[in-house]
Design a protein around this ligand. Structure first.
Ligand code: ADP
Ligand code: MG
Length: 314
């Protein structure tokens, strides 16, 4: 449905998107997850043809967004980070205007506008000036404009930012209801937002995709690596050396403990391995006592923070 190949966007010397390649298949809800400044909006603006990339290709349903922009754009509905609302217009008037722009047939416009107003529950404000609406209603108008004409692909940039919890729930339900008949891509800097709504996630950090998997696989993958927090009494380098040599151990970090002569160790095991016994036997055979050992279970939130936290931008 969408193919992105080697996409790069530079602003002057600054690389906002760096050699991203990905594939979007029909009928799923995809999430772009990443901290502020990661490059989510830039990527979405390129996919939707609002912004030209520095290099790379975007193919939408078989059409290159630059060589055949009309055909490509006809497949996409887009809710940018700042909704493209004409705030002096009335809701219904604005949506009719959008329907015309999107080349909905004249005789179908009223029906189509009623359909999207009904779906996004803005019928009751159809005659109001957009400028006078609350943030929640405005966001729904923005959402309504993105689904006019039932595009195959709906792209939503941070659709729940600034909404209250009830409005967030409504927006999530709306997005889920789209997934039966549309391919949806949404972005967020909040993990729960993505894990609640999406089946597949791309984690983006500093312009690069650092994870590309189903939500389920991502949580399983990280939880299938055992991580042990250990407090031992002994020489730091020696502890590290002993554990590093063990089979099934993938990494060891060692720091001096708070108490004189103790060491804090973080031991990471290879996927599916339980190294608790080997570690304790190896240390005690070298007369190193273990004061504490506990298994650290990582949540998806921990994983996300770990992947994206190093010297975040701005
Ligand atoms: P996100 O949507 O993930 O928060 P953006 O795509 O908005 O990230 O931004 C990615 C990077 O590109 C950031 O470092 C941002 O400062 C930079 N950037 C975005 N738009 C511009 C612009 N018009 N000019 C210069 N730099 C920009
Ligand atoms: Mg953004």
């Amino acid at each position: 449905m969408i193919e992105i190949r080697n996409l790069t966007k530079k602003y002057g010397e600054h690389i906002a998107v760096s050699d991203i390649s990905l594939e979007i298949k029909p009928g799923k809800v995809y999430g772009f997850l990443g901290p502020n400044g990661a490059g989510k909006s830039t990527t979405m603006n390129i996919i939707t043809g609002y912004l030209a990339p520095t290099s790379g290709e975007v193919i939408i349903d078989g059409h290159d967004i630059y060589k055949e922009p009309e055909e490509a754009k006809a497949c996409i509905g887009y809710l940018p980070e700042i909704p493209p609302l004409y705030v002096d217009m009335k809701v219904e008037e604005y949506l009719k205007f959008v329907a015309e722009l999107k080349k909905v047939k004249k005789e179908d416009i009223s029906k189509e506008v009623n359909r999207v107003m009904n779906l996004t529950r803005i019928d009751d404000v159809s005659g109001r000036i957009i400028n006078n609406l609350s943030k929640g209603y405005r966001q729904r108008v923005g959402f309504a404009q993105s689904i006019i004409g039932s595009p195959k692909i709906v792209i939503l940039d941070e659709p729940t930012v600034g909404l209250d919890p009830n409005q967030i729930k409504e927006m999530r339900d709306l997005i889920k209801s789209l997934s039966d008949s549309h391919t949806v891509i949404l972005s967020s800097h909040i993990l729960s937002e993505i894990s609640e709504t999406c089946s597949h996630v791309f984690i983006i950090n500093k312009g690069k995709i650092i994870a590309n998997d189903s939500i389920e696989n991502l949580s399983n993958y990280f939880n299938s690596h055992q991580v042990l927090d250990i407090l031992a009494k002994g020489d730091l380098d020696k502890c590290k050396e002993i554990i590093t040599k063990l089979e099934g151990v993938s990494s060891v970090d060692a720091l001096p403990g708070a108490e004189e002569g103790t060491v804090k160790l973080v031991v990471e095991a290879e996927q599916g391995k339980d190294v608790r016994e080997d570690v304790s036997l190896a240390l005690s055979s070298e007369k190193i006592s273990i004061f504490e050992m506990k298994e650290d279970v990582k949540s998806l939130e921990d994983v996300f923070l770990e992947l994206t936290s190093e010297e975040g931008e701005e």
